[in-house]
Write a protein that binds this ligand. Structure first.
Ligand code: SAH
Length: 350
């Protein structure tokens, strides 16, 4: 070894040149692993902003949602588990709200990025970090939260061509990456009603998302507890290319400079629901984020905070509207709850 590690684009280009085009999932996985490992992407000076970074009310209401469920489950000795906690803001807000009800759980974070682990440690001292569910104590119910986590996991895309359905692969010319259709036919796994889709149509699957969900579900059925999954998404299968790159709060080309932009895809909640049910969990929703937060009392909470600090009233109302407004996050973002058999029905899913 001489010099330093080659940069990600060079590494990917060399791998593709030597071994041929790679599945989009591999490209997206490598790009995001590099992206998250090398920066804190959140906030005004980063690439994107998430609900907990907009307002403390988001994490607080989720904390109270969990505490209510835990209370009605008989106040067992539970653990708080968060997947992809970002800066740890949601967890800090949720834990503060939970503590007021008497719920003070040990905290497990599933996080790959060393940069973000450091940020999380500042906000939630005493947390433990893991790369997956392995290593999280196998005793006691789990209270699991995942906000904008599943959308960051790698997807596969199938594309309709004149010759049938093919996997979308990533090829490379010099250092330019571009999507191409592979040689192998995938016709046999396409749902019958989508088989005749026009050439160019794209169908997405998320094997990584399903794998994470199965792991989560196995733990919940064995240990009890609940999970709250919040993300932008749809109930598929559906035709559509939702792969997007965001950099500096603007859309970018997902194939340009891999590892320098946040690559995401919309989450197919129908697939997650199916996997959860197959593992024996009870599924609630999805409902829209707007409806969920309103049922949990975001409007009253905004007013209470505004009363306590009148000079913040206007900005509190703006933040609330970003979270629940139809044109903002209120409609596009969905909330899915999963509970272990025997657990109470969670609030917000009547
Ligand atoms: N939930 C936070 C951050 C969302 S960004 C918020 O709402 O602000 C996505 C988060 O998932 C980051 O913390 C990122 O490092 C983490 N992440 C992405 N892919 C991951 C993976 N495969 N395993 C574990 N964590 C991952």
């Amino acid at each position: 070894m001489t010099n330093s590690e080659p940069l990600l684009p060079e590494r990917l280009a060399r791998a593709i040149t030597m071994a041929g085009p790679i599945p989009l999932s591999q490209f997206m996985g490598a790009a995001n692993a590099h992206y998250y490992a090398t920066r804190d992407p959140l906030g005004a000076r980063g690439d994107f902003t998430t609900a907990p970074e907009i307002s403390q009310m988001f994490g607080e209401l989720i904390g109270l949602w969990l505490a209510d469920l835990w209370d009605r489950a008989g106040r067992p000795s539970a653990r708080y588990v968060e997947l992809g906690p970002g800066r740890g803001t949601l967890a800090a807000d949720a834990l503060r709200a939970m503590a007021k009800t008497g719920l003070k759980p040990p905290v497990d974070f599933i996080e790959t990025s060393p940069t973000l682990r450091a940020a999380q440690a500042e906000r939630v001292p005493g947390a433990e970090w893991h790369l997956g569910f392995t290593g999280i104590a196998e005793e006691g119910p789990l209270l699991i939260v995942a906000n904008e986590f599943f959308d960051a996991l790698p997807i596969r895309q199938l594309v309709a061509t004149e010759d049938g359905w093919r996997e979308r692969l990533v090829a490379c010319q010099d250092i330019l990456f571009l999507p191409i259709a592979g040689d192998r036919s995938f016709d046999m796994i396409i749902p019958p009603d989508l088989r005749g889709a026009a050439p160019g149509s794209i169908l997405e699957t998320s094997p990584a998302g399903v794998a994470v969900l199965r792991g989560l579900a196995t733990r919940l059925t064995a240990q009890g507890g609940a999970a709250l999954i919040i993300d932008y998404g749809y109930e598929g299968p559906a035709i559509g290319d939702t792969l997007q790159a965001v950099r500096g709060h603007a859309y970018a080309n997902p194939f340009e400079e891999p590892g320098e932009a946040d690559l995401t895809a919309h989450v197919d909640f129908a697939t997650l629901k199916e996997a959860a049910e197959a593992e024996g969990l009870i599924v609630h929703g999805p409902v829209t984020q707007g409806a969920f937060l309103k049922t949990l009392g975001i409007e009253a909470r905004t007013e209470a905070l505004a009363k306590a600090s009148p000079n913040r009233a206007e900005s509190l109302a703006i933040d609330r509207d970003r979270l629940i407004g139809e044109e903002a996050m209120g409609e596009l973002f969905k909330v899915l709850a999963l509970t272990a058999p025997g657990w109470p029905i969670p609030a917000g899913f009547a």
